[in-house]
Design a protein around this ligand. Sequence first.
Ligand code: PLP
Length: 388
Amino acid sequence: MIYLDHHATTPIAAEVIEVMGRALADLSGNPGSVHAPGRAARAAIDQARRQVAKLVGSREREVVFTSGGTEANNLALRSAWRVQVEQGRTRIVSSTVEHPSVLNTLKALEAEGAELVWVPVSDHGALDQTVFDSIMDERVALVSLMYANNETGVIFPIEDCGRKAHEVGALVHVDAIQWVGRLPVCFADLPVDMMTLSAHKLRGPKGVGACIVRKGLDLKAVQTGGNQERGLRSGTENTAGIVGLGCAAELAQQHLVVQAAQCKALRDRFEQQVLHRIDGVRINGEGQDRLPTVTNLEFAELEGEAALLALDMRGICASSGSACASGSLEPSHVLLAMGRRPEQAHGSIRFSLGAGIDSADLDRVVDVLVEQVPQLRALLVDPLAIGS
Ligand SMILES: Cc1ncc(COP(=O)(O)O)c(C=O)c1O
């Protein structure tokens, strides 16, 4: 199998499976208990907190563990909203290409009085900074932007936007879920108040993540209970999952720079070959700073879902749109926001790379595409061509 869907989720690392297995077997105490098994679980969580803090360049106390990226985004947005609305600020600024965990959370806040302002992107997926700048004023409560887009990999100018948002007193949340573990980041140096990450995007387990919350920021928790995680995320901690995230963070830290460079070289070569050997292909996000791990290719006159099935039958896993939207035939909201027509969005395929992929794998994918794309295009024009 050639797995090219690392932006949907990454295969868990063997080292992570091992430490999680041991944690499940040996760390059964409640981390909140004072006895020895409780203290052992607490110590393991503290170690994971150090590992995550080291990866993202934050203080240990700034790391708040959650049950994944979606919960981390909810925690950041909803708790920050509660703080800001008390200050009389009700405007929330975000982009049209955010992940549904941000888009839908913000839409839910609209019912609580939030005034949402969506910043558009260009046809290459770049944030419209002129619009962003024109919106920044004292009414803005919160800015929420993704570091890099999950579908196209296009990187947003977080430092610039964060600085401008801070100048008008807004809080800043960054969804760094596709970034953390793939490219270096130093939270301490960023003009950002909350940054979210998810373990399963960096070879950790699913259902674990973190919200990095700037020291001194007094958020108003939405989840009430036993006040775990500095009161921001009540509920008995998922010790084994958190230990798995810590291990994945340490592994990422060790391999980050080399893997990013390797992925970029492989991705660039793959794109060149596809563009060279197949007509009517363009790169969604072309010319932009992009994550090295992804290419989103639009094939003219192609039904992406049919292409995905054809690839799957040949042992190649890729995706169209985002995983959360797959299963539905809705065109990707990201590509529509970039001005693509629905049929263009449907004809786009995301190939995302990660550990274990080499140039031979990608050569094979190119060969399969060269063989399959013309056949699938012919079927789209004349469905009776089946079997001919
Ligand atoms: C940019 C982005 N934000 C948030 C999420 C949600 O993370 P999780 O799957 O851990 O809930 C994802 C997952 O695809 C993502 O890519």
